[in-house]
Write a protein that binds this ligand. Structure first.
Ligand code: AN7
Length: 356
């Protein structure tokens, strides 16, 4: 068996990458598709719900799929530096792939508003971290402006190579299921990922690999839900900092996905997002970051209302790993922490007292 060497090698003929080029890869992709089996809302209904655990990519998020292609192309084109604005995951991924390539990374992040794990990743990989007094949308505006003047390649999802890489998640899902799902539920911030998945599903349908297309269901945090409001939001706010975005970069594309796939957008409160994150961890042992849980929270609600009907095959994307944001996890966990003396008697007592 040949070892897995990353998604460019795996899907090269479906990507804009020629044979001679130097591939910048960390063996991203090939993530597990896990069927949920314990959550009551799922087992009570005749549905198959799977989660695509993108948190198991090399830097812990789906961004790596796009970054391997974007950085490979940047290096091929002779770029010596990449730049991005980020709510955290893009900066972690850009920093890692730039390190791998031996080029510089500049990342603009909203000061104090990104999960600590993501900041740690960008810093460890040696990126220049520019903490701006402003949100993601302000950072994105600045990145576009500065890239017109300085020799830096933008690796946000407005870079078309990003979406090319990210479409491979849809390929993997079809290969794992032997068919396309009926519904694909996914968190939406800039709406790059929902757009990329739809590209992948369409490509496999066009080439006859799958016979059907899923309906694409995009979920936003209520405080950062421009697709629900019908217009950009200037002061987005949510506990799910990854999707604290008010001016989505793929606005038109996402509306087209919505229309073509006959899907929908919906919103979840911060409380619903955190409850879904916890449910997934407690019932299934799967730890994702808050933004990711919006997909499962949305799917469960739409199952309960039969908007997603019985008999359906559903895939929810878990975009990022729970370890990205340990602060929120510990704050909302209801697990008992029991302090005891380091004696057999004390430990035994604690076990008997806490047996459920
Ligand atoms: C965990 O890192 O935009 O709708 O700058 O980190 O494709 O934007 C992150 C986005 C969902 C939304 N879940 O995806 C960034 C950034 C997680 C994320 C999204 C993000 P898009």
């Amino acid at each position: 068996m040949t070892p897995y060497t990353g998604l460019i090698d795996r899907y090269r003929r479906r990507l804009p990458i020629s044979d001679a080029v130097r591939i910048i890869s960390l063996c991203e992709g090939n993530t597990p598709l896990i069927r949920l089996q314990n959550i009551p809302e799922v087992i009570e209904r005749d549905v198959k719900v799977y989660v695509k655990y993108e948190g198991l990519n090399p830097t812990g998020s789906f961004k790596d799929r796009g970054m391997t292609v974007a950085v490979t192309k940047a290096v091929e084109e002779g770029s010596r530096a990449v730049i991005c604005a980020s709510t955290g995951n893009t900066s972690a991924s850009a920093a890692a792939y730039a390190a791998r390539a031996g080029i510089a990374a500049f990342v603009l992040i909203p000061e104090g508003k990104i999960a600590l794990g993501k900041l740690a990743q960008a810093m460890m990989a040696g990126a220049v971290v520019l903490q701006i007094r402003g949100n993601f949308d302000a950072g994105m505006r600045l990145v576009k402006e500065v890239a017109a003047r300085a020799p830096v390649t933008i690796v946000n999802s407005i870079n078309p190579y990003r979406l090319q890489g990210q479409k491979t998640a849809a390929f993997e899902i079809i290969e794992a299921l032997g068919r396309a799902p009926d519904f694909h539920c996914i968190p939406v911030g800039n709406a790059g990922n929902i757009t990329a998945h739809w590209m992948g599903y369409q490509e496999y349908a066009r080439d006859g690999v799958a016979k059907t297309l899923p309906r694409m269901c995009g979920y936003q945090a209520s405080g950062a839900a421009p697709f629900l409001r019908g217009h950009a939001v200037d002061d987005p706010e949510t506990v799910a900092t990854a999707i604290r975005i008010g001016h989505p970069q793929s606005w038109d594309q996402a509306w087209q996905v919505n229309k073509e796939s006959q899907g929908w957008f919906d919103e979840l409160s911060d409380e619903e997002i955190l409850a879904s994150q916890k449910l997934l961890a407690e019932r299934e042992g799967i730890f994702c970051e808050p933004a990711s849980a919006a997909s499962v929270g949305g799917a469960l609600r739409d199952l309960a209302s039969a908007k997603i009907p019985a008999g359906s095959v559903v895939v929810c994307t878990l975009t990022g790993h729970g370890l990205k944001d340990p602060d929120i996890a510990i704050r909302q966990s209801s697990a008992r922490r029991v302090n005891v003396d380091a004696t057999l008697a004390a430990v035994e007592r604690a076990i008997m007292d806490n047996m459920t």
